[in-house]
Design a protein around this ligand. Structure first.
Ligand code: AMP
Ligand code: MG
Length: 488
């Protein structure tokens, strides 16, 4: 009897009915091996440290076996991709295993890369080792930064060849979240006029993930408002750490306001508001500075999907219902603005926002942009600028302008206490820069997984100065030409 034998599984999603998913088993990885495990994620699940040595654990998380109680299925969703209705999508390579009962409530587990499903379209249902390492490390790094995100429990790998731009090898990431339901799940049923299923989905989501909305005069409006507020919080977090998601399609937007579907994401090195991390996004739709307005746009797509749940018998009723939904989406604006001011003030060491603080923050960002100063290092060095401003000054071209700004900042910060400590706990030393992930990927592709473990440890304490200064340093020259493609 091992501790995991008593693990209780449920699968509430499977109670939604056959319109929502197809039950099927994964196509397991041939001759699988472990690549990495996250102790922090296992702890979240309440699993003991040796969980990966359980009989069948490797098989279960490489798609070759199911544990008793798991009920694998792939769900169907649709969505808007790059602003255009994309029709039916769905879990083309993700498999829902079920919900594990944990000390933190039920948590859904998903295999990403477990083979073809009815929703694979032209894809092969696989994920490559490279993108799996990126998703694994970034999920856990974001959690450590305090950013809402899906988690990653482990990666398994295999020598199975997978064709992308080049031939790579297959891997599976196990992701964990209270729910993987996306805006696109709602859009799917609204688009196909499956009103009854849409209502079932809304009732289900509200009952399990937004119970406070159930008693509102209009639960769908309350739900939309809640999602708008959570999404505002999420994007403010992203902006404040210089994170670009890269593919903010509505099918990648979590109804829980989690960072979801890590693909060609990137943390900005040199600050450029127009930075586009996804090389397939040639029009820059998902540029850093556009993320808030894209989130707002996506919320409108969700609003449209929820409209049929309101009384819409007559034209007048439809108009009034639309107004109420738009009112809920509007909540995003104020919340995003206030969250952003709060986060930027904290980054400058200020506990409370005064008149003029937003200007102070904006002016710092302008100076950073003019010098293309490193996003993470600028704020980290600013955190210590009271004692030593030289490392900060080294990042800027127009030092006179920076010095003038520092005078204003010092004046303002003098009215606060605990400035440096606040800043060092807000401005991370280490984020998952592309070149750090790339180092772990290249070693792993040669069979050495130790750099993944090492990075995971460093990223789990992002506000500590790392042992290796290079983990917190500017990207090396070879990284200037790194391109992150959409293929994963
Ligand atoms: P993404 O942009 O990665 O979020 O994926 C968009 C859609 O394509 C989703 O429905 C995915 O499940 C599907 N997809 C992406 N890659 C693959 C693949 N290799 N095989 C099957 N489906 C995929
Ligand atoms: Mg996706």
């Amino acid at each position: 009897m091992t501790p995991l034998d008593s693990l209780a599984w449920s699968n509430r999603f499977a109670t939604l009915g056959p319109e929502f998913f197809t039950e099927l088993h994964a196509q397991g990885l041939p001759d699988p091996h472990w690549v990495a495990q996250s102790a922090a994620c296992a702890e979240l699940l309440g699993w003991p440290a040796g969980w990966a040595s359980e009989p069948d654990a490797l098989q279960a998380f490489s798609g070759g076996a199911t544990w008793p109680g798991m009920r694998p299925l792939a769900s169907v969703y649709s969505g808007h991709q790059f602003g255009v209705w994309a029709g039916q999508l769905g879990d083309g390579r993700a498999l829902w295993l079920g919900e594990a009962e944990t000390p933190h409530g039920p948590q859904e587990l998903q295999l990403k890369g477990g083979g073809m499903t009815p929703y694979s379209r032209r894809g092969d249902g696989r994920a490559v080792l490279r993108s799996s390492i990126r998703e694994f490390l970034c999920s856990e790094a974001m959690a450590a930064l305090g950013v809402p995100t899906t988690r990653a429990l482990c990666i398994t790998g295999s020598r199975l060849p997978v064709r992308r731009e080049t031939v790579e090898t297959a891997a599976i990431v196990t992701r964990v979240a209270p729910s993987f339901i996306r805006f696109g799940h709602f859009e799917h049923f609204a688009h196909h006029d499956q009103l009854e299923a849409l209502r079932r989905l809304a009732d289900f989501f509200i009952a399990h993930h937004a119970p406070e909305c159930a008693d509102a005069p209009e639960p769908a409006v309350a739900l939309l408002r809640k999602v708008a507020l959570q999404t505002a919080d999420l994007v403010a977090h992203w902006q404040a750490i210089g994170f670009c998601h890269g593919v903010m399609n509505t099918d990648n937007m979590s109804m829980l306001g989690l960072t979801l579907d890590y693909g060609p994401f990137g943390f900005m090195d040199a600050f450029d508001p127009g930075h586009v991390c996804n090389h397939s996004d040639d029009r820059g739709r998902y540029a850093y500075a556009r993320q808030p307005s894209v989130a707002f746009w996506n919320l409108h797509a969700l609003a449209q999907a929820l409209l049929p749940l309101l009384p819409v018998g007559t034209e007048a009723e439809t108009e009034a219902a639309t107004e109420r939904l738009l009112g809920a989406v509007e909540a995003f604006r104020e919340r995003f603005a206030s969250q952003m001011v709060g986060r930027m003030c904290a980054k400058l060491g200020l506990a409370t926002a005064d008149d003029g603080d937003q200007q102070l923050a904006d002016d710092f960002l302008k100076l950073m942009a003019a010098s293309r100063a490193d996003f993470t290092l600028s704020f980290r060095c600013l955190s210590r600028a009271h004692t030593d401003a030289e490392p900060l000054r080294d990042l800027f071209i127009d030092r006179a302008a920076l010095d003038a700004w520092l005078v204003r900042w010092r004046e303002r910060a003098a009215r606060e206490t605990g400035v440096e400590a606040r800043m060092l706990a807000t401005n991370p030393a280490v984020v998952l820069r592309n070149h750090l992930a790339e180092g772990a990927i290249r070693a792993a592709q040669h069979g050495d997984f130790s750099e993944i473990d090492r990075l995971l440890k460093v990223l789990s304490r992002p506000f500590d100065e790392p042992v290796l200064p290079s983990d917190a340093a500017l990207p090396p020259d070879w990284a200037q030409t790194l391109e992150v493609s959409c293929s994963s």
